[in-house]
Design a binder for this molecule. Structure first.
Ligand SMILES: CC(=O)SCCNC(=O)CCNC(=O)[C@H](O)C(C)(C)COP(=O)(O)OP(=O)(O)OC[C@H]1O[C@@H](n2cnc3c(N)ncnc32)[C@H](O)[C@@H]1OP(=O)(O)O
Ligand SMILES: N[C@@H](CCO)C(=O)O
Length: 488
C-alpha cells in the first residue's frame, strides 16, 4: 500500500437514541450512523474536516478495510498524508448518509417498531435531514467547530446545507460540481431512474427484501445516471464507436459497442452494492434540495459565515458551471468570502472523482491559506482583573489550562497568567495576581495568516497567543501544538 494512504481502516457506528424529527414532519427512531475517521483530532478539536459523499457513495472514503481489498475508499486520491485532505494535519470524518444503504439507517434497515425492513414506509428525507444526522455525529465526537466541510455533487449540497443550517460551526466549505437548487433537468433524470425501479415487477411496492431485488430496474437507473456523469467528449475518448468483440457488426441485439458493454457493466455492478429503495429516497432528497428563500438564493445564503470555495467542471452538463456561478453571485451579493475555480476537463460530472491532481491543488491551497480566526478556540476560560492567585490557579487546574487570559470589565485583555507564573507566585510567596501576570501580552488578530501567528509564538518561545479584535477584546486563543499540526 502506498505510504500516502491512510492504510487499513474500519467503519464505526453511532446510534442516535430516541426519536429524530425529520424536515417532512415524521420521525425516525434510533438512527444508526456508519462513519470512518482518518488522522487524529487535535487537543482543541479544531482540525476536523467532514467529507460528504455523493449520491451512491459511502463512509469508506479512504484506505482499505483489508490488505486484500481490490480498491481503496472512493476519495483515496484526496484523503491521506500529504494530500489536500492531509491526515497528518486534519481529522477527516466521512459518514454514510441517512437513507443510504451502507451502514446508516435507510429503507433496507429494520424498523424497530415492526422488526421488518422499512421498505417504502421509510419517511421521505431531505438533504437537511442528512446534515442534521451528521451534526448529531459531530456532537457525539465532541466537535464544536468544523475546520471544513467538503463534498462533490450531492456531497456539495450537504456542504452548502451545513453552511446555511450551522453557520457558526463551519469555518471553510468546499463545494464541487454541485448546486444550491436542483434543476428541472436533474429532477427529470432522477425520475427516469426511479421509474425504471418501480416498473420492475420485482420491486413489489418496495417490499422485496425477502425475495428477488429489482435489479433490472436499478441497473437501468444506474445506466441512465452514469451517462449523465460522463460527457460527449469523454465517451468519444473512452469508447468512440469501438466494438466490444471483433471488427464487424453482429447484427443482433447483443452489446456490440464497447459503450453498451461498459454501461451494462456499470449497471450490473451497481446492483451488487446498492439498494433500490435507497436509490428512490436519496434521489428524492436531491430533487427537493433548494436553498433559496422567498425565491431568492441571496436571501437563502445570507447568514453563511464560512469561507467558501466552489469548483465546477467545464464539461459537467449534469451540474453545469452556471449553477456554481449562481451560488457565487448570491454569496457575493451578501459580501461573503467566496472563491471560484472552473476546472478544464473533458471527464464530465465524475471529474470530481477523477481530476485528482487539479482538485488536490485547488483544495490544498484553499485549506492551507488559513487565518487565525479559522482555527482559534473561541470558548476561552478567563478571569477578571483583581481576582486572587488562588482563584486563577483553581480555574487553570479545573480547565486543564497552561495559559489563562485576564480580562477587564469590558472583556478587553489585561494580561495573561501561565502555569509558570503560578509556580513563581508559590516560590516567591506572592499573593497578588497583578505582580505575577504578564501585562505586555503578545497577541494575534483573527484576520492575520496563521503562519504569522505561529512564527510569533516560535520567535518568542511561547505556546499560546490570545486573539483580540481591533478594540482589544478577547475573541479566542491559539495554541502552538494545534497550529503546528495544521500548518505542517
Ligand atoms: C462519492 C461517490 O461518488 S462514491 C461512488 C463512486 N463510484 C461510483 O460512482 C461507481 C461508478 N463508477 C464511476 O462513477 C466511475 O467508474 C469512476 C469515476 C469511479 C471511475 O472512473 P474510471 O476510473 O474512468 O473508470 P471506468 O469508468 O473507465 O471503469 C470502471 C469499470 O468499467 C469497466 N469497463 C471499462 N470498459 C468496459 C467495457 N467496454 N465493458 C465492460 N466493462 C468495462 C472497467 O473494467 C472498470 O471495472 P472495475 O470498476 O471493476 O475496475
Ligand atoms: N459517481 C457519483 C455520481 C453522482 O455524483 C455517484 O455515484 O455518487
Amino acid at each position: 500500500m502506498s505510504e500516502r494512504s491512510v492504510g487499513i481502516v474500519g467503519t464505526n457506528f453511532h446510534t442516535i437514541k430516541g426519536d429524530f424529527l425529520l424536515e417532512g414532519g415524521q420521525t425516525l427512531k434510533d438512527i444508526r450512523v456508519a462513519y470512518e475517521t482518518y488522522g487524529n483530532l487535535n487537543k482543541d478539536k479544531s482540525n476536523a474536516i467532514l467529507v460528504c459523499h455523493a449520491l451512491t457513495g459511502d463512509a469508506h472514503a479512504a484506505g482499505r478495510h483489508s490488505p486484500d481489498d481490490r480498491k481503496p475508499g472512493w476519495w483515496e486520491d484526496l484523503i491521506g498524508p500529504g494530500k489536500a485532505l492531509d491526515t497528518d494535519r486534519y481529522f477527516v470524518i466521512c459518514s454514510n448518509v441517512l437513507g443510504g444503504c451502507m451502514g446508516t439507517t435507510g429503507p433496507a434497515s429494520l424498523n424497530p417498531d415492526t422488526g421488518k425492513p422499512y421498505g417504502i414506509t421509510f419517511p421521505v428525507i431531505t438533504i437537511g435531514d442528512m446534515v442534521n444526522v451528521q451534526k448529531k455525529l459531530i456532537d457525539h465526537l465532541g466537535i464544536k467547530v468544523l475546520f471544513a466541510v467538503v463534498g462533490g455533487s450531492m456531497g456539495g449540497m450537504q456542504t452548502l446545507q451545513w453552511t446555511v443550517a450551522y453557520p457558526d460551526i463551519v469555518r471553510k466549505a468546499v463545494v464541487i460540481a454541485s448546486t444550491a437548487v436542483s434543476s428541472p433537468q436533474q429532477i427529470a433524470f432522477n425520475e427516469v431512474g426511479r421509474n425504471a425501479i418501480v416498473s420492475d415487477p420485482d420491486w413489489n411496492e418496495g417490499d422485496y427484501y425477502s425475495d428477488k431485488a429489482p435489479i433490472h430496474g436499478l441497473a437501468t437507473a444506474r445506466m441512465i445516471a452514469h451517462i449523465t456523469y460522463l460527457s460527449d467528449d469523454s465517451m468519444h475518448e473512452k469508447f468512440g464507436r469501438e466494438l466490444q468483440q471483433g471488427e464487424n457488426f453482429k447484427f443482433d441485439m447483443s452489446n456490440d459497442f464497447q459503450v453498451e458493454s461498459y454501461l451494462k457493466y456499470q449497471g450490473e455492478t451497481f446492483t451488487e452494492r446498492f439498494d433500490a429503495n435507497s436509490y428512490l429516497y436519496v434521489t428524492k432528497a436531491v430533487d427537493y434540495f433548494d436553498l433559496s428563500k422567498n425565491g431568492s438564493l441571496a436571501e437563502g445564503l445570507k447568514d453563511i459565515q464560512a469561507k467558501i470555495l466552489l469548483i465546477s467542471i467545464t464539461s459537467d452538463w449534469l451540474y453545469p458551471p452556471y449553477q456554481s456561478k449562481k451560488v457565487v453571485e448570491a454569496l457575493l451579493f451578501n459580501d461573503h468570502d467566496v472563491s471560484y475555480r472552473e476546472i478544464e476537463s473533458s471527464y464530465g460530472h465524475d471529474a470530481f472523482l477523477l481530476e485528482s491532481g487539479h482538485i488536490n491543488y485547488v483544495v490544498h491551497n484553499f485549506l492551507t491559506h488559513t487565518y487565525v480566526g479559522d482555527v482559534m478556540t473561541e470558548e476561552v476560560a478567563t478571569i477578571r482583573e483583581g481576582v486572587s492567585i488562588e482563584t486563577a490557579a483553581q480555574v487553570m487546574f479545573e480547565e486543564g489550562l497552561t495559559h489563562l487570559p485576564v480580562v477587564n470589565e469590558k472583556g478587553c485583555l489585561a494580561g495573561i497568567v501561565t502555569s509558570w507564573d503560578i509556580s513563581k507566585a508559590v516560590a516567591l510567596k506572592s499573593c497578588n495576581l497583578d505582580d505575577i501576570m504578564t501585562k505586555e501580552v503578545l497577541v494575534a488578530m483573527p484576520d492575520e495568516p496563521i503562519v504569522a501567528g505561529a512564527k510569533r509564538m516560535e520567535r518568542h518561545s511561547i505556546s499560546a497567543l490570545p486573539v483580540v479584535d481591533e478594540k482589544k477584546r478577547l475573541v479566542g486563543i491559539i495554541d502552538s501544538e494545534d497550529i503546528n499540526r495544521l500548518i505542517g
